[in-house]
Write a protein that binds this ligand. Structure first.
Ligand code: ATP
Ligand code: MG
Length: 371
């Protein structure tokens, strides 16, 4: 592995043609589709650039350097790479034979982590009281899932939500590649690893979760739930490990629960669907749904509580705050609409009072025009 400082210098050398974008805070993503097709995302919109690498070897040298920096191998046998750069950017690389356009790279820039729930309020991404309610859910140790589509801001939001965990808690973070940046003093970071060339030695999210449970956690934060490990996590959440938070790829609260259900079925454990559903419904208590809109903005579209199953075995979800979308401004193309309270009180209101947390029932009243 190469030290950070030397690596930063070599990134500047190998990725000279995209260096201006790597330093421009308005660029959120850089996409390389072979040596001479480079795109960037600015303000949520894609733009093709004039930048090019000298040739394929130039680009290959760069991505191999990244692999070396994170201690992974990138070659014909291991043609995919997940990595994180010292500036916090997340990189994914796919090389031929799996990438038909040539070496394909996406660099997601987070910069030094500076998003917060307060900033999300300023961006119009969340209802101010919604942000307050999320803080309360964290203090009340609710099990929270942040859900959304690809690039909708799930990881950024989980970063903001996890920032609300108290400083005196021991937090264990489990990720595929390091993206979360917790600022609390007592944080243990665990990272999965792939198998070797002979298919041996893979350590997945489920394995690390097993370890986390034995490492005396107050909180477990999981970067993303993607597969059969979902069942292990759900079982731990129902067996009294409160306050767990993670993200999941889904576009609507109901879809989020179904997705967790489907992922649980990918585990080796056979379980009747009814039992699985009741497990999902009792494990997940709060869903924060985020979405990327057609103007490039990201907004929290739902903050909802999961109540359980109804008599037909369907999920009961109680929205607390939603984003009311009113289409796009015909001149600017900006998404119009507002975040509103739906008029539902949280089910655990009494417990919030008992804990002496500041809360006002008026926060949950819808605006007059929505009643
Ligand atoms: N509220 C927001 N407003 C504007 N930009 C945002 C917001 N939240 C996140 N972003 C930007 O959107 C991009 C995607 O964010 P993020 O990585 O959190 O999404 P994701 O849903 O986790 O993506 P993936 O599905 O790839 O894991 C990042 O560049 C991030 O800086
Ligand atoms: Mg993510």
């Amino acid at each position: 592995m190469i030290p950070d400082k030397i690596f930063k210098q070599s990134i500047r050398r190998y990725f000279k043609c995209i260096a201006p974008y790597m330093e421009d805070d308005s660029v959120s993503e850089i996409m390389i589709n072979g040596p001479d097709d480079i795109w960037i995302e600015v303000g949520g919109k894609l733009k093709k650039t004039d930048a090019t690498f000298e040739n394929n070897d130039d680009l290959l040298g760069g991505v191999k350097n990244i692999a070396q920096f994170v201690g992974k191998t990138l070659n014909v046998l291991n043609p995919r790479l997940d990595a994180r750069l010292p500036d916090g950017s997340r990189v994914h690389v796919v090389i031929p034979p799996c990438a038909r356009n040539g070496i394909s790279v996406a660099i997601r820039r987070f910069g030094e982590f500076d998003l917060s729930l307060q900033k999300l309020i300023e961006f119009g991404s969340i209802h101010p009281v919604g942000a307050e309610f999320i803080d309360i859910c964290v203090q009340m140790e609710r099990n929270i899932i942040v859900a959304g589509g690809t690039g909708s801001g799930k990881t950024s939001l989980l970063n903001c939500v996890s920032a609300k965990i108290r400083e005196d808690e021991r937090i264990i973070v489990i990720e595929d590649s390091q993206e979360l940046q917790l600022q609390q003093p007592h944080v243990l970071m665990l990272e999965t690893k792939g198998a070797d060339a002979k298919g041996r030695g893979a350590v997945g999210i489920g394995d690390l979760f097993h370890s986390a449970m034995r490492l005396r956690p107050d909180r477990i934060v999981i970067g993303e739930i993607r597969g059969g490990e979902a069942l292990t996590l759900l079982q731990a959440m129902t067996s009294g490990h409160g306050g767990t938070m993670s993200t999941c790829h889904a576009t609507y609260p109901d879809d989020t629960l179904r997705r967790l259900e489907t992922m649980s079925m990918m585990s080796n454990v056979e379980m009747p669907l009814a039992a699985l559903r009741s497990q999902v419904a009792s494990a997940i208590q709060v869903i924060i749904q985020t979405s990327r809109f057609n103007d490039g903005s990201r907004k929290i579209t739902h903050i909802a509580e999961v109540l359980g199953l109804d008599t037909n075995g369907e999920y009961q979800i109680r929205p607390i705050f939603v984003f009311r979308n009113r289409g796009n401004d015909p001149d600017t193309g900006d998404v119009l609409g507002e975040h509103v309270a739906v008029g539902n009180l949280p089910t655990f209101l009494e417990h919030i009072y008992e804990r002496g947390i500041n809360i006002d029932e008026r926060w949950f009243q819808p605006p007059p025009d929505a009643r």
